[in-house]
Design a protein around this ligand. Sequence first.
Ligand SMILES: O=C(O)CCC(=O)C(=O)O
Ligand SMILES: [Fe+2]
Length: 422
Amino acid sequence: MAAPSLHVSGAKMSKSDRRLLRKHNKFKINFARRKDVHISDIPTQHLLVNNGGLGNNVQREQLLSVFEPFGRVTSLVMEQDQPYAFVSYSSIPEALAACTAIHGCLVKALQTVPSAQDVQLFLTYVDRVPDVAMPSSGLPEGLVMIRDFVSEDEEQVFLQCVDWDSSDSQLSEGAHLTLKHRRVKHYGYEFMYGINNVDPDRPLEQGIPHECDQFLDRLMALGCLNQRPDQLTVNQYKPGQGIPVHVDTHSAFEDGIVVLSLGSQAIMDFKGPKGEHFPVMLPRRSLAVMLGPSRYQFTHGIMPRKSDVMPVQSASGDSLTLSRRDTRTSFTFRILRRGPCHCCYREQCDSQTPHGSQVCTRRLQGHFSDTRHSPWPRVVEFLKQLPLGALVADVGCGNGKYLSINPGIHMVRVLELSWLKS
Ligand SMILES: O=C(O)CCC(=O)C(=O)O
Ligand SMILES: [Fe+2]
């Protein structure tokens, strides 16, 4: 790691040194907009490290390994999404030594993905380090989290019992429109993404794998579910993949949605109706049970990211770091609802809005539903691109498969063509 000679006068500077200086000055001009920390013209014990932030995919441990050889690091502050970090030493000479050695260097240790470029660190003295705003560490009301609910051996059994090869042929057509970003397999009943619902009259050949039996016994022993789950959706996410924000359809499933996270952690964002936001870490092998408001009222989703920002506690105080995601496989166990939902969260309830009650009538239809339950992708696409408030008549709507595709439009449902004639 050879530092370019930044302290030479303008006339003797090489082309690359001049470029470096220009870049650094531009960054300093932008940073000066911050009111809580000021750039210092004279050396201090606090360093602002441009390009060494969470926004550059730099991890806390990597940054520490670069700075610790030059003295005692008393504080390392990383802020969410920012391309810079702050490092404090116990004395000015230590900061000076680090600055002389590291400023302008390409640092290999900071590569977080194989294709990533080396990171060039620019250092500036600042008067202080800011307090870090920690993400909310609470849980949405009704969410129960249990760490280490399954052992590493059990995790392997779960992961190996999924027969991915048979998943594609099993999914109804609408699924392929929504599942570009993760692999999914259903057991017990298919959750049909085209209509965001299940058909209780069409159980799948494959029920929940028997490998889950003991787990389900333990789950039931916790006492938070009234019935044993009869539907399982397995989602598999590669780093960078996620699941869009949603509330699991009320009319499809009862209270108590159980998520077992395997293979990797991920942050699931829960958002409430008043703008509440709970980024909840789902550690590998942990169990999350969504009950009450967290099941019915809060949306949940996973951002398609390669790493998650996590709080860390260290000798130098609270800070944030990045935790890289690996392939994550989640087992989501749910209890099918057989009848409309009567929850008290009417706004989110598809059973209690006009739009929702139409969806429920879908279940009253027999043979037609059995043979035509898959929405046609082109129709789904057409409905999705309609503007808010558009009016659509679904003449001969059959099992109502298109009624819930776009909640922002009005669907007039006409069951039989003969009704229209009369
Ligand atoms: O993968 C997860 O953790 C959650 C999956 C989920 O929310 C769903 O399938 O509805
Ligand atoms: Fe969900």
